[in-house]
Design a protein around this ligand. Structure first.
Ligand code: P6P
Length: 339
């Protein structure tokens, strides 16, 4: 089905459903409800400065991080909308310790894991932030879903995506199976997402590398060797890459997806702090890995394992992440598999 710029995301989702005769429309319904939540969050993020909800809520989340008011708002918006959409049987959120049930009688056949507002430390300084989501098909029987329905490998995802709230609000998602990765830009004047980036493919060769160099003294040796390789001059004595690190995963990932880049959040040698890295598998690394691979890129850990093959053990499990352009992640794999 040709994707024409300017069609709405609802039309794109419906067209995509048509290509799957077995589709029942429930995934379409789930994504449509998610998009309504995204529009509500976008409006609030864009008004944050005026709506007096910048700053911290005074609460801390399961990660022990200060919960920003907008974090809270995004989390509540997603939970309220999706608990009664009828397509989801259980949810997991970065902001909630345990699983989130849906309203009795509204149980559906999918699960939803999300980071409601990633990059929240940047909220007060007007840096792009984002919502990341991951959808699986439930495996358990019965009414309410179970933890095991959430703890599925990334390769089992039926849909994944993110919404980046930046100079414009852009939704990027994939339903896999070669259906591609598509980007939609919100026109706030009509409250619709219009197709702006059809069939996104990540450039095979990176233009940027993204890593927090402040932690370089804690890196494992093969990480240091890999980053040094990226910083080597090429045969003509030219610098090959620029360093871009925004400190907002969705913003760094989105730039690399569109322009070509490799993002790393490796483990620390300082085992007390981030022995498995900082980022979360279920609602950060796995959904972005599905997008990266569907767009022709790669996503691995810093010991060479494919992100989508990792069997989750815990809702908030951390994982090291190396994700982006195929050439540079494949090079990283050579360095990390040796380890
Ligand atoms: P650091 C934001 O808090 C976040 O979770 C990601 O969005 C971002 O990539 C990372 O942390 C930045 O972490 O340790 O470099 O500040």
């Amino acid at each position: 089905m040709p994707k024409r710029k300017g069609i709405t995301v609802s039309r794109q989702i419906m067209d995509s459903q048509q290509t799957h005769p077995e589709a029942t429309g429930e995934l379409t319904g789930l994504l449509s409800e998610l998009i309504v939540a995204a529009k509500i969050i976008s409006a609030e993020v864009n008004m944050a400065g005026l709506a007096g909800i910048l700053g911290q809520s005074g609460k801390t989340n399961v990660q022990g991080e200060e919960v920003q008011k907008l974090d809270d708002f995004a989390n509540r918006t997603l939970k309220r909308r999706m608990e009664q959409c009828g397509y989801v049987c259980i949810m997991g959120s970065e902001e909630d310790d345990g699983v989130i049930p849906v309203l009795d009688g509204y149980e559906g056949k999918y699960t939803l894991a999300f980071d409601p507002l990633d990059g929240s430390s940047n909220i007060d300084v007007n840096v792009s932030i984002g919502t990341i989501f991951s959808v699986h098909r439930r495996k358990s029987e019965g009414k309410q879903g179970e933890m095991s329905d959430l703890l599925q490998k990334g390769s089992e995802q039926v849909a994944a995506g993110y919404i980046i709230y930046g100079s414009s609000t852009v939704l990027v998602y994939t339903t896999g199976h070669g259906d591609g990765v598509h980007g939609f830009t919100l026109d706030p004047s009509v409250g619709e997402f219009f197709l702006s980036h059809p069939d996104i493919t990540i450039p095979e060769k990176a233009k940027y590398y993204s890593v927090n160099e402040a932690y370089s003294r804690y890196w494992h040796d093969d990480t240091t060797a890999y980053i040094d390789k990226l910083k080597d001059m090429d045969e003509q004595g030219e610098r090959s890459y620029s360093l871009r690190y925004i400190g907002s995963l969705v913003a760094d990932f989105h730039r690399n997806l569109i322009q070509g880049g490799v993002f790393l959040y490796p483990r620390d040698k300082k085992s007390t702090d981030k022995p498995d890295g900082k980022l979360r598998l279920l609602y950060e690394a796995a959904p972005l890995a599905m997008i990266a691979e569907e767009a022709g890129g790669m996503a691995i850990t810093d010991d060479g394992r494919r992100i989508l093959d990792i069997e989750p053990k815990d809702l908030h499990q951390r994982v090291a992440l190396v994700i982006g352009s195929r050439d540079e992640v494949a090079l990283a794999e050579e360095y990390f598999k040796k380890g």
